[in-house]
Design a binder for this molecule. Structure first.
Ligand SMILES: [Mg+2]
Length: 365
C-alpha cells in the first residue's frame, strides 16, 4: 500500500456553554488534523486536540514538512515513518509542542489506515485486553466557571446517569473557595463515588502542600496537575508528602519525560495523551514503561476519547478513561458511554472518521 495524498484540516466544534479551568477558556474544541489517502482506497483520519488556538501552526507543519515526506510511503511502516518525521527537518525546532502534536495527527491517521485495512477496530488490531467495556469517569460537570449550584446539580446528574467517577476543576484565586466546593461535591455524590480534582498547574509548591493536605479529608482519588508540568522535583515532593496520589501527563510530551516522572515516583496516575505524545506509536511505549513500574494509566482525552478508548482497551495497566462528550456527534462511530462505561467500538479503524456534513459545517481551514 502506498500513500497518494495528504490533506490537512482544522475543525472548530462549539462547546455549549463555554468552559474554563484554572488556565484555559474554551468556547470551541479544535481538531487540527489530517486525512491520508492511499492507492488501495483506505483513508486514514488523525487529529490532535486544541482549545481552538494555534491549530494553523500544527497544520502548517503537516502541509509543509510532513506531507511531502509521506507521499509514496507504506502506512504499515508507521514506526519507521515516525522516526523519519521525528528526526527529520523539524527536529531542530521540534521534539515537543506544535511539531509533536502534528506528528500525533499523522501517526493516528496511519494507525487508522492499518486497522481499517485489517478489518479490525484498532483495539483488536493492537491486541485486545478488555473485550466489552471500559470504566469512564466524567469531567464535564465540574468546570471552574460553574456556579456552586450548577456544579452540585451537574455532579449529581452525572452520578444518576451511572457514572461512578467524577472530576472537578479547582484553582480559584482563593483556595478556601476550592475547599468549599470540594466539600459540597463530596457531600452531594456520597462516599462511594470516586472523586478527583484538577488544579491545571495553578498552584505553587507551598499552596499545593498546604491545600493538598487540607483536602485529604475528602478521600480524593487523585490530585491532578497541581504544579507546572516541567517541575518533576516539585511533584516528587508532593507525591512523598501527601496522602492523595498525584496524577498528570496531559502536558508531558515524550517517553523520556514520562520516564523521569515515573522513575522518580513523581506521578502515581499516568495521564499520557495520544494527541500530545506524537500518536499511538509513542503512547504504547509510555504505557509499557508505566506497566513496568506498576503505574496505572488513565489518559487525558485531548481526542475526547475516540482514540483513547481503543488504547485503554488494549492496555493491561489502563484502568479507566475520562469522558467529555463535546465532539462525539461529528464522528461516524462516536465514543459511547452507557451506565458509566465506554462500550467498545466495532467498526474497523481508530474511530476517527468524521461525518462528511460535519466536516463541512465546522471546517475553518
Ligand atoms: Mg487536567
Amino acid at each position: 500500500m502506498k500513500i497518494t495524498n495528504v490533506e490537512s484540516f482544522v475543525l472548530h466544534v462549539p462547546i455549549n456553554p463555554p468552559i474554563t479551568d484554572a488556565i484555559n477558556v474554551a468556547s470551541h474544541w479544535g481538531l487540527a488534523g489530517v486525512r491520508i489517502f492511499t492507492d488501495e482506497g483506505f483513508v486514514g483520519y488523525g487529529y490532535t486536540g486544541t482549545t481552538a488556538n494555534g491549530d494553523e501552526m500544527i497544520t502548517d507543519t503537516i502541509d509543509r514538512y510532513y506531507a511531502p515526506e509521506l507521499i509514496g510511503k507504506d502506512p504499515f511502516m508507521v514506526k519507521e515513518i515516525w522516526d523519519q518525521l521525528r528526526f527529520g527537518k523539524m527536529h531542530w525546532i521540534g521534539r515537543a509542542g506544535v511539531t509533536h502534536m502534528a506528528l500525533a495527527a499523522v501517526d493516528i491517521a496511519l494507525w487508522d489506515i492499518m486497522a481499517k485495512a485489517s478489518q479490525k477496530p484498532l483495539w483488536q488490531y493492537l491486541g485486545g485486553h478488555k473485550s466489552k467495556r471500559i470504566k469512564a469517569y466524567n469531567t464535564n460537570g465540574g468546570w471552574l466557571n460553574w456556579t456552586k449550584e450548577r456544579l452540585l446539580k451537574d455532579v449529581t446528574d452525572i452520578v444518576q446517569q451511572g457514572f461512578t467517577g467524577v472530576k472537578i476543576k479547582v484553582g480559584k484565586p482563593d483556595p478556601r473557595e476550592d475547599y468549599d466546593r470540594v466539600k459540597a461535591v463530596r457531600k452531594a455524590i456520597g462516599d462511594e463515588v470516586i472523586f478527583m480534582i484538577d488544579v491545571n498547574q495553578q498552584w505553587n509548591i507551598n499552596t499545593a502542600m498546604t491545600w493538598g493536605k487540607k483536602l485529604e479529608e475528602f478521600d480524593l482519588y487523585w490530585l491532578e496537575e497541581p504544579l507546572n508540568p516541567d517541575d518533576i522535583m516539585g511533584h516528587k515532593k508532593l507525591a512523598d508528602e501527601l496522602n492523595v496520589p498525584i496524577a498528570l501527563g496531559e502536558h508531558v510530551y515524550s517517553k523520556y519525560a514520562f520516564r523521569d516522572y515515573i522513575h522518580q515516583g513523581a506521578v502515581e496516575y499516568c495521564q499520557v495523551d495520544v494527541t500530545r505524545v506524537a500518536g499511538v506509536t509513542e503512547w504504547l511505549q509510555v504505557a509499557g514503561l508505566a506497566a513496568a513500574y506498576d503505574v496505572p494509566i488513565c489518559p487525558h482525552v485531548g481526542d475526547m476519547g475516540q482514540i483513547h478508548q481503543h488504547l485503554v482497551a488494549t492496555t493491561s495497566n489502563a484502568i479507566m478513561l475520562e469522558y467529555i462528550p463535546w465532539i462525539r456527534d461529528i464522528f461516524i462511530e462516536p465514543a459511547t458511554v452507557i451506565d458509566g462505561f465506554y462500550i467498545l467500538p466495532q467498526m474497523p479503524g481508530a474511530s476517527t472518521e468524521i461525518i462528511p456534513s460535519c466536516f463541512d459545517k465546522y471546517r475553518v481551514r
